[in-house]
Design a protein around this ligand. Structure first.
Ligand SMILES: [Zn+2]
Length: 309
């Protein structure tokens, strides 16, 4: 079952009772979400960045399933996956990793997006809504007979508070932003080495269907191919960071020295600068300077980062 809606966002039933909400083209702020639905209740996986987009997703899901969400999980703190939380029914119980909850609690971008993007996103009528239940490492949700296993990769990866949602009986894995399918991965609020390690961790689930945080749904052999792309990209970032430090380059100049090669065609290439800021911060044992990192990403891009959110 699928339902095309405005701007080609679509609800796709990847297995019986398991839906993915896919928002092309998956670039800045255009995330994927989803839900697992049984006669015993519904678990939503992530919301969307704006009130309009979150409402569109939840309306399509309600029309397809005839249910209101009993539970929701945020795969991580970023606004494209969480700002729409306040569009969920008041009685929906929201779950998140404990560091994810703290990250959203102090997130300044929901209060007004800085002009690093063009046009500057307007979130609409959303309010900060934090998880009611936090998880450190693992939690299993039981929707009748169906298990949904929420798992943390064990350390920083895309962010410090990532969770995946794994449906073992159908081998469907919602990865959040541990996977960007066909788009430049982003790890500036996590760890480059941690994200690389998390690729092996994801592969260990042996999924048949992957719903990435951004980009198209992956089936079968596509999964190993895309995970390998992530491994190669993270190794490129690690090498660029090591080379940049060896040659005394700033993160921006280290990024400019990189030949993106097979990754040159991916959207949001300027994330290389953000990812190198993370590499440098970890190398130096310092906090990442978000403003400096985005200022450099805009410089690399030659102007504000495009978005269509
Ligand atoms: Zn993210």
């Amino acid at each position: 079952m699928s339902e095309a809606v405005e701007d080609a966002a679509a609800l796709v039933e990847v297995r019986a009772g398991i839906h993915a909400w896919v928002q092309p083209d998956g670039s800045w702020w255009l995330n994927n979400a989803g839900a697992i639905t049984t006669a015993s209740g519904q678990l939503v996986v992530d919301t969307c960045a704006t009130a309009t987009r979150a409402r569109r997703f939840l309306d399509a899901l309600g029309a397809a399933t005839g249910q209101a969400p009993k539970l929701a999980v945020n795969t991580h703190q970023h606004g494209d996956h969480t700002y729409g939380n306040s569009l969920l029914p008041a009685e929906t119980v929201i779950i998140g990793q404990e560091k994810m909850r703290e990250g959203l609690r102090v997130d300044p971008i929901i209060d007004g997006c800085p002009p690093f993007w063009s046009p500057v996103p307007d979130w609409g009528d959303v309010e900060r809504r934090l998880p009611d239940v936090t998880v450190a490492e693992a939690l299993t949700v039981h929707l009748g007979e169906r298990r949904v296993e929420l798992r943390h990769p064990g350390g920083p990866a895309h962010t410090t508070g990532d969770l995946v949602a794994w449906v073992p009986d159908e081998r469907v894995l919602f990865t959040g932003d541990l996977v960007f399918a066909g788009l430049t991965p982003l790890v500036f609020m996590g760890s480059v080495a941690g994200a690389l390690a998390a690729v092996d961790w994801l592969a260990g689930f042996q999924p048949e269907v992957v719903v990435p945080g951004h980009g198209p749904i992956l089936n079968g052999d596509e999964i190993a191919r895309v995970l390998d792309e992530h491994r190669r990209y993270y190794r490129l970032v690690l090498q660029a960071g090591a080379d940049g430090i060896e040659h005394g380059l700033s993160p921006l100049n280290a990024a400019r020295a990189v030949d993106l090669g097979e990754f040159a065609g991916w959207a949001d290439a300027e994330r290389l600068v953000l990812n190198l800021h993370r590499y440098y911060a970890d190398h130096d044992g310092k906090e990442l300077d978000l403003i400096a990192a985005f200022t450099d990403a805009v410089a690399y891009n030659g102007g504000p980062l495009p978005t269509r959110v």
